[in-house]
Design a protein around this ligand. Structure first.
Ligand SMILES: C[C@@]1(CC(=O)O)C2=NC(=C\c3[nH]c(c(CCC(=O)O)c3CC(=O)O)Cc3[nH]c(c(CC(=O)O)c3CCC(=O)O)/C=C3\N/C(=C\2)[C@@H](CCC(=O)O)[C@]3(C)CC(=O)O)/[C@H]1CCC(=O)O
Ligand SMILES: NC(=O)c1ccc[n+]([C@@H]2O[C@H](COP(=O)([O-])OP(=O)(O)OC[C@H]3O[C@@H](n4cnc5c(N)ncnc54)[C@H](O)[C@@H]3O)[C@@H](O)[C@H]2O)c1
Length: 215
């Protein structure tokens, strides 16, 4: 199957989850991790979901799904234990052009949830297009065991240094090569960090062109 892999910005976008059980909980957690505005509709909710609602992290409506509930949402996850309800949710989503994932029900999904390895802003998302979710999970565990725990902190420092370089140097081949070199070196937030000093020395030989004088 030809799936299109993208990383969506969900910040402040309204997303809705129908169902508040075991499977819904992990989907709500991943939507919240992307700062989506999450609404949940289900007659019964797990403890953790009730706690999120009490803390004001999500909106929870303790009732059954009704046609029209999806209006105004960007995406929906159908995670009830009733396939007929999940399919009705998918049908409404189709009609309203809202992206839908009916959990564990591939024909009723516009998108699949991947297995994710995360270190800060670094995310590696794995999909087998539904061929073997167990393999996706195993690969996640293998990659997770191999990647250093402080990779996210390091990426944060590297990102800050890259912003400095981009501000100080014009977009050219020298800058591109420097950024590749920095991505292979130790970088830290400390001002005297050797990689930082190297970047500053580079900026002296590759400065921004002077602003043209106004006549
Ligand atoms: C990655 C992950 C993310 C997540 O769920 O958030 C995910 N499934 C995970 C685990 C997992 N799911 C299942 C098992 C049991 C072993 C097995 O069946 O292999 C295990 C492993 C376990 O937990 O033991 C059962 C299962 N899953 C689907 C079906 C229906 C079918 O195959 O027809 C059935 C049979 C249900 C039944 O028997 O009734 C379908 C889907 N599951 C997907 C995602 C989508 C495709 C992902 C991809 O491969 O691209 C897709 C298509 C739709 C979707 O739900 O988005 C998460 C791992 C998270 C992690 O730990 O990293
Ligand atoms: N838990 C698993 O590991 C797993 C694995 C594979 C498949 N499944 C299947 O996935 C489905 C969901 O699993 P679960 O463990 O999250 O179930 P669950 O029983 O924990 O939760 C079901 C949720 O659906 C809600 N619900 C029921 N009818 C509703 C309606 N009309 N409108 C809105 N909400 C409604 C319930 O209130 C509850 O919050 C089940 O069909 C299950 O068989 C579960």
């Amino acid at each position: 199957m030809d799936l299109f892999p993208i990383f969506l910005k969900l910040s402040a976008r309204p997303c809705i989850v129908i169902g508040a059980g075991n499977l819904a909980e992990s989907k709500i957690e991943s939507l919240r991790a992307a700062n989506a505005h999450v609404t949940v509709i289900a007659p019964n909710a797990r403890e953790r979901i009730l706690a999120m609602a009490e803390a004001g992290e999500i909106h929870y409506h303790p009732r059954e799904y009704a046609q029209g509930d999806l209006a105004g949402n960007f995406l929906v996850v159908a995670a009830t234990d009733n396939p007929a309800v999940n399919r009705a949710v998918f049908a409404e989503a189709e009609q309203s052009n809202i992206l839908c994932n009916a959990v564990d029900d591939p024909p009723f999904c516009d998108f699949y949830f991947p297995s994710v390895v995360r270190r800060g802003d670094l995310q590696i998302a794995i999909s087998t297009a539904g061929a073997s979710p167990a393999l996706a999970q195993r690969l996640r565990k293998e990659l997770n065991a191999q990647l250093p725990l402080d990779l996210g902190d390091w990426l944060n420092d590297l990102g800050n240094l890259r912003r400095e370089v981009v501000q100080a140097e014009p977009l050219n081949e020298e800058r591109r090569l420097l950024l590749h070199q920095l991505a292979q070196r130790d970088v830290c937030g400390f001002d005297g960090c050797p990689s930082r000093q190297m970047a500053r020395a580079h900026a002296r030989t590759n400065p921004m062109p002077a602003e043209p004088e106004l006549s």
